[in-house]
Design a protein around this ligand. Structure first.
Ligand SMILES: [Zn+2]
Ligand SMILES: [Zn+2]
Length: 267
């Protein structure tokens, strides 16, 4: 019984530390990002919608759902540190670390695509509806989820450390990357428009997940457009919209020379 309490305390410490770090950096980064993005209207993807109106609701929803998100991560890390794994973790070297990191990102993208499609199916839709109340997502929207949504997507970090032989540092680095990537990916502010984020390349720009929120039935994946292209769920206008964002951002960079930022019809 004593050892059960020790385990609960050990897990609880990691859970609490994770929650403080994730929610704290969510607030600080979200605030700094919002201030910065006000100076870049040319990067705003949905020009006519103001997603910031939902900020307080989304922060409250995130404070709740992060309880589950951080419990998944802390549970996976704690069990892995206790040696509750199918295999011994691979050694961490200068060449294996980036390969394992990419492997973890690819596995997560595959997990996310299929779980997310399930979230859009039949009885599961009602638990995913909260996330889709953010039609024009912002940096605050990433964790605006129900407990079910958070568990179905983030339990990757609970189960994978037990069955995939990547060391804890890889999952910690991946979760940190996913934290900021997810916030920026929901920001409604385009950063990644370029050749690598449209056909034939597999990377996804910010516009990719933004279109998932504005159109609902397309672009289910997270980091890459690969699964959506393969399964026929890529939004038919996605590649064209990335090109349009590239032109608009480039025109915005010239704005200081006196040019106006063009609207979509003008490009
Ligand atoms: Zn969705
Ligand atoms: Zn989303």
């Amino acid at each position: 019984m004593g050892s059960l309490i020790d385990h609960l305390v050990g897990f609880g410490e990691i859970w609490l530390a994770t929650y403080v770090l994730v929610f704290g950096s969510y607030l600080v980064f979200g605030w700094a990002f919002t201030l910065w993005s006000r100076h870049h209207p040319e990067r705003k993807i949905q020009e006519r919608r103001d997603g910031q109106k939902r900020r307080n609701k989304e922060i409250r929803a995130s404070a709740r759902s992060l309880i589950v998100t951080c419990a998944c991560f802390a549970g996976g890390l704690y069990l892995q540190l206790q040696g509750v794994t199918l295999f011994d973790p691979f050694a961490l070297t200068w060449w294996s670390a980036p390969l394992m990191f990419l492997g973890s990102v690819f596995l997560f993208d595959t997990w996310f695509y299929w779980v997310h499609r399930l979230n859009h199916f039949g009885p599961f839709k009602k638990w995913h509806a909260l996330h889709h109340q953010s039609v024009a997502p912002t940096v605050w929207s990433n964790y605006s989820d129900t407990f079910f949504d958070a568990f179905s997507q983030q339990s990757f970090f609970l189960f994978m450390p037990l069955i995939v032989p990547f060391p804890p540092a890889i999952f910690i680095a991946h979760r940190a990357f996913d934290h900021f990537n997810g916030m920026i990916g929901h920001s409604g502010i385009e950063f990644a428009a370029g050749k690598s984020s449209r056909s034939p390349w597999p990377l996804a720009s910010v516009t990719f997940h933004d279109m998932h929120h504005s159109t609902y039935n397309y672009n289910y994946a997270n980091h890459f457009s690969f699964w959506d292209r393969l399964m026929g769920t890529l939004h038919p206008d996605y590649d064209e919209k990335v090109v349009w964002m590239e032109k608009r951002i480039a025109a915005g960079a010239r704005r200081e020379d006196g040019d106006e930022v063009p609207s979509r019809s003008a490009v």
